[in-house]
Design a protein around this ligand. Structure first.
Ligand code: ATP
Length: 270
């Protein structure tokens, strides 16, 4: 069978406008956008453009979205794969996939490579890592390190990786010239939740006078992904009842439903 090697998007439409809140993180990745657009400006005084940055934060907070927005803002292609695709892979497949990914990105450079759930391949290596262990995950990780060390400073490919467990990553990944920058992507506070609601309410037919401040206060602990879910769910609830617009009650019902889902999920985990 022909497994998909990785995703490639040469015309990313996502921009910083799609990413609500996350002011600090956006400021930090703005620098990466500038590196991609104007590499000469930065290397003219002898400095080296960073090769990688780690986006660290809880699930659903917009790490993938932010990485995509970097590509969209810089107008460069976006290559992505997920670390979880590498579990239980045949020997050699993971490493060759990483090799292909970097080869393609270099050919299309400037470009962004995004590795979601990097912890699945980047967990700290076992004690027997040096004694010829044949673990495929380790081969994949080693290939990733080799690729990052291999591309020269003039390649202009920047690798972004996402994790919610920076603490379990192999320290080798964080060494200078690899993922030597960490960008924190946290759960939104009440003000940021309001901004996220604004983004996800854009495509909805909403009732007059919908109070976003109220909705933001009703959703403590919600991630951006949860809020996107609430908005979609509310629109479906309203439509099911034949309403012409989505109103406050629909949102409250949607919030209840999402909270119910979150509670169930947590029950399974604990
Ligand atoms: P995971 O760690 O689970 O992969 P993530 O941090 O990569 O999560 P995304 O996949 O980027 O999260 O977010 C999922 C969806 O949630 C986005 O496509 C978007 O619709 C919504 N979302 C999350 N954060 C934000 C945000 N800050 N602004 C607007 N929408 C957001």
């Amino acid at each position: 069978s022909k497994a998909k090697l990785f995703d490639q998007n040469t015309e990313v439409k996502t921009s910083f406008k799609d990413v609500a809140g996350l002011e600090g993180a956006k400021e930090e990745v703005q620098e990466i956008v500038d590196f991609l657009k104007n590499p000469e400006k930065y290397t003219s005084l002898g400095g080296k453009i960073p090769k990688g940055a780690l986006l660290v934060g809880p699930p659903g907070t917009g790490k993938t979205l932010l990485a995509k927005a970097v590509a969209g803002e810089a107008k460069v292609p976006f290559f992505s794969l997920s670390g979880s695709d590498f579990v239980e892979m045949f020997v050699g497949v993971g490493a060759s996939r990483v090799r292909d990914l970097f080869k393609q990105a270099k050919e299309k450079s400037p470009a962004i490579i995004f590795i979601d759930e990097i912890d699945a391949i980047g967990r700290a290596r076992g004690k027997n890592a040096m004694s010829g262990s044949n673990d495929e995950r380790e081969n994949t990780l080693n290939q990733l390190l080799t690729e990052m060390d291999g591309f020269g400073t003039n390649t202009n490919v920047i690798v972004l990786a996402a994790t919610n467990r920076a603490d379990i990553l192999d320290k080798a990944l964080m060494r200078a010239g690899r993922f030597d920058r960490q960008i924190f992507v946290d759960l939104p506070d009440v003000r940021e939740r309001k901004e996220i609601f604004e983004v996800h309410l854009r495509p909805l037919k909403k009732a007059e006078g919908l109070d976003l401040e109220f909705l933001s206060k009703q959703t403590p602990g919600f991630s951006g992904a949860d809020i996107a879910n609430v908005c979609n769910e509310a629109a479906l609830i309203a439509a099911r009842q034949g309403k012409k617009a989505v109103d406050k009650q629909d949102f409250l019902d949607a919030v209840d439903r999402i909270i119910g889902g979150l509670e169930k999920k947590n029950k399974i985990i604990t």
